[in-house]
Design a protein. Structure first.
Length: 175
């Protein structure tokens, strides 16, 4: 297993090198989105409306941060169970999404879309939201404020620790 320090803007350069089990420290911009936000994103797509962020090469973190304590950038921000986003992920990957961060296994359609699009699925440590938050240096709510913790947020990461769960060559930690 290899270890990488990757700027998310350069993820396309690395995606074919990454293998399931590799340790990665992510830096740069990711967007949070969970079930309710994914549903809204699909409503926008279906209506031909602009999305709250550009999907091309983007990374979505399946997380719903807790309220931000005074003096901090963000509250606890651990991954949520990714399979709840499986109905949405293939289409988003086909539209240019480059990576996803979550926890747990993904269905076969998602795995196929990861391979087809040379994308990657990263796993963050579940149950360690306070630890994950230490690698988040900025947070801005950018869409669907009415969804509360499930609104879409732009996060800036610095050395955010993840493991490659599914790579674009078909490697899969869950098999």
């Amino acid at each position: 297993m290899a270890s990488y320090n990757i700027n998310i803007n350069e993820l396309k350069t690395y995606s074919e090198k990454l293998r399931a089990g590799d340790m990665v420290y992510l830096n740069g911009t990711v967007f949070t989105s969970r079930d309710a936000a994914h549903k809204r994103i699909f409503e926008l797509l279906d209506a031909g409306q602009p999305l709250p962020f550009n999907l091309d090469g983007a990374c979505i973190y399946f997380a719903g941060p807790t309220p931000t304590p005074e003096g901090m950038v963000i509250g606890s921000c651990g991954p949520t169970t990714s399979c709840r986003m499986d109905p949405y992920s293939p289409r988003l990957l086909d539209l240019g999404l480059g990576a996803m961060i979550g926890k747990g296994q993904r269905n076969e359609a998602v795995c196929d879309a990861i391979i087809r699009n040379k994308a990657v699925y990263f796993c963050a440590v579940g149950g360690a939201g306070a630890l994950c938050a230490k690698s988040i240096v900025a947070c801005e709510e950018i869409a669907f404020k009415d969804l509360g913790c499930e609104s879409v947020k732009r996060l800036e990461l610095k050395n955010f620790p993840v493991v490659v769960g599914i790579d674009c060559s078909g490697g899969n930690l869950f098999k």
